[in-house]
Design a protein around this ligand. Structure first.
Ligand SMILES: [Fe+2]
Length: 206
């Protein structure tokens, strides 16, 4: 089940009041990117793409949180509301390599729950779409994948599997482009301008 678009926008607004930050604008842009791409993909529902895009980071409503924490909080929040289709995207959006991201035994409970979920989950097109759009959207608009990867690396650092994760995201880009018959960048408004903007990376407390 999914919330309505009106309810989705309202929930994102409430979450932004609970935990203000550029993540809400990023979420809006993920929603727009997902909707615009889905409009060009036969068989996809652009409204669903928009809703799961807007809410993929909703776990951030509980405060400034790390990757597993915001993933799991978002999952719990959506499950509590009965929005199972959003809950799964909250879980899958941060893990483009899926089970390969969990070749270790997590220490904390949240990560253990995420691992269990991811190992049992096979990505559908909406999971893939939001994994991709998460890397196309910033708070000030849209950007090419290469730029977003550097932006994230500057904020969080790089891991052993970072290049593999980037390659997986490029593969998703190619997957959707083959279905769209055009470049994903053709449907991202004003990307030619916004991808060249270089505001300093956001830090909590600003
Ligand atoms: Fe995100």
């Amino acid at each position: 089940m999914l919330p309505s678009i009106e309810k989705t926008i309202e929930e994102l607004k409430i979450a932004g009041e609970l935990n203000a930050g550029p993540w809400t604008k990023h979420s809006e842009n993920v929603g727009i990117a997902a909707r615009n791409i889905a409009e060009k993909v036969p068989g996809m529902n652009p409204d669903k793409a928009y809703i799961v895009g807007l809410l993929h980071d909703i776990g951030r409503r509980v405060g400034i949180v790390n990757i597993p924490k915001h993933v799991y909080e978002g999952y719990l929040f959506c499950q509590e509301n009965g929005w199972d289709e959003v809950a799964r995207v909250c879980m899958t959006h941060s893990y483009p390599l899926m089970e390969k991201e969990f070749e270790y035994e997590p220490e904390n409970l949240e990560e253990q729950e995420i691992k269990k979920y991811i190992l049992d989950c096979k990505c559908d097109d909406y999971d893939l779409l939001i994994q991709l759009c998460d890397s196309l959207a910033v708070d000030y608009g849209f950007c090419i994948l290469e730029k977003r990867f550097v932006d994230v690396a500057r904020r969080y650092g790089v891991w052993e599997n970072s290049v593999e994760r980037w390659n997986a995201t490029f593969a998703i880009k190619e997957y959707f482009e083959s279905k769209m018959g055009c470049s994903i960048y053709d449907v991202l408004p004003d990307i030619g301008r916004t991808t060249l903007l270089c505001p300093p990376p956001w830090k909590p407390g600003k």
